[in-house]
Design a protein around this ligand. Structure first.
Ligand code: GDP
Ligand code: MG
Length: 149
């Protein structure tokens, strides 16, 4: 018994923010300081077991970002606007503030990002693909918020 739900999960964000690294941590529990950048899009799958015999399988699309911004919160906001305009209204959006291990080089204030996420109805985690902090929490929270009927 048990139920399997399958969803697409897409990572969006500027080049070098750590999208591929988050996926690599989540899917293989690995980290690579010298990753080759993604060309086009990469496709991976990972399943998460929830309570009550429910399994969520994510088909993960890791996209290649093109641009580099000094601070990517404004760009993240523009992605969210685009998704809210174009995507299915049941979409679940999570904001990940990655590289939380580099605390001395922080560029985005936690409270500012959290306030934005709360106002906009996004999940929000500060993650580190390097140390694994909050990576499983991020993906598990997304799975829990998916519409499971
Ligand atoms: P992408 O272009 O968004 O897919 O970014 P990558 O996953 O290719 O990562 C870009 C660079 O940042 C690589 O050198 C990674 O090793 C590094 N990186 C990614 N995530 C983290 C993190 O959480 N902490 C630290 N310190 N470095 C990270
Ligand atoms: Mg990448």
């Amino acid at each position: 018994t048990g139920r399997l739900y399958q969803f697409k999960l897409v990572l969006l964000g500027e080049s070098a923010v750590g999208k591929s690294s988050l996926v690599l941590r989540f899917v293989k529990d690995q980290f690579d300081d010298y990753r080759e950048s993604t060309i086009g899009a990469a496709f991976l799958t990972q399943t998460i077991g929830l309570d009550n015999n429910t399994t969520v399988k994510f088909e993960i699309w890791d996209t290649a970002g093109q641009e580099r911004y000094k601070s990517s919160l404004e760009k993240a906001k523009s992605w969210v606007k685009e998704l809210q305009r174009q995507a299915d209204p049941n979409i679940v959006i999570a904001l990940a503030g990655n590289k939380s291990d580099l605390s001395a080089r922080r560029v985005i204030d936690t409270e500012e990002a959290k306030a934005y996420a709360d106002d906009t109805g996004l999940l929000f985690f500060e993650t580190s693909a390097k140390t694994a902090t909050n990576v499983n929490e991020l993906f598990t929270s997304i799975a829990r918020k998916m519409p499971l009927d």
